[in-house]
Every structure is written in C-alpha cells, then in structure tokens.
Design a protein around this ligand. Structure first.
Ligand code: ZN
Length: 163
C-alpha cells in the first residue's frame, strides 16, 4: 500500500512539474496586447498551420510560403488581427526562403529576445495581437542592414488598388 501511494505521489509530482515547465517555457516578462483572445478562439479562427505559426511560434518550411517570391505593390497585414505590418517597397529578394523586409511599419512590431534552439535571436510579433511573425536579423543587404524574416502564413497581402 505504501509503495503504491509512493509511486502515485511521484507520478503526480512529475506531472505537476511537467505542467509547470510547459507553462513557464517563456521566461520573458509577460507582454500584454490590445487584441487578446482565448486559445480556443484562435484555434477556431485560424487554419492549423496559421495557428501553429502565429500562436505557437512555429516556422513554415523554407520556400513553401505564398509570399516568398511575391512582389506586388501593397501592404502585408497580420493574419491574426489585420494590423498592417510591412510595406511592399520594403520587401526585398532574399535567398533565405521566407518573405524578407528591410523594415516594418512604425509601431507595428514588438521585439522579443528569443534564446530558444541555443541561439540568441530577436523574435518579431505583431504589436496588436502578439501573433508570431518570425525573426529579425542584422544581416540585411539593404541600407537598413536588417532582415525581417517572416512566415507567409502569418501575413495577408492587401494590394493598393482598393485604396
Ligand atoms: Zn496581429
């Protein structure tokens, strides 16, 4: 009897520990965003791929996104909330396999230090809803020196024709 209880205790303890680890994975201070929805609502609104990227910080496979080689005049907006994030004239041809921009629209992006995968990177999220967009690197070939590396699945293109 004692043994059983003991085992049960260990199991319970491990499960609790596991739970804690997953919920405190993000050690950055909590940032709050204007648009805040329950996880289940995001799941309903977004496709599984969009959800994985925007809410779970996933990354689409290189050279698979619809906007990688997309060069039309307009604005790229957050797929989570519709906030405009990047302008087409700040997009440049990059061989990294993801849509790349030299700059973002003022105030559109929140920058978060990301130390996952044993690297120090700067994560970029939509400043309105916190939707993960990708990362920004200091190896851009244009005058800004920046490369905003973005997932196609986290953005929507809006052309200028309707303005
Ligand atoms: Zn957003």
């Amino acid at each position: 009897m004692f043994n059983k209880l003991y085992l049960f205790g260990i199991l319970f303890f491990s499960l609790t520990l596991l739970n804690c680890q997953t919920s405190t994975n993000n050690k950055e201070p909590k940032i709050t965003f204007k648009v805040s929805k329950k996880d289940k609502d995001w799941k309903e609104e977004l496709s599984p791929e969009e959800y994985e990227i925007l809410r779970n910080k996933g990354t689409e496979r290189p050279n698979t996104g619809i906007y990688n080689m997309h060069f039309e005049e307009g604005v790229y907006a957050c797929k989570g909330c519709g906030q405009a994030l990047f302008k087409s004239n700040n997009k440049f041809m990059s061989d990294c396999g993801w849509p790349s921009y030299e700059s973002a629209l003022p105030g559109a992006i929140t920058y978060i230090k990301d130390t996952s995968l044993g690297m120090v990177r700067t994560e970029i999220v939509c400043s309105n809803c916190g939707g993960h967009q990708g990362h920004v690197f200091d190896d851009g070939p244009t005058s800004t020196g920046k490369r905003y590396c973005v997932n196609s699945a986290s953005i929507n293109f809006i052309n200028n024709k309707n303005e």
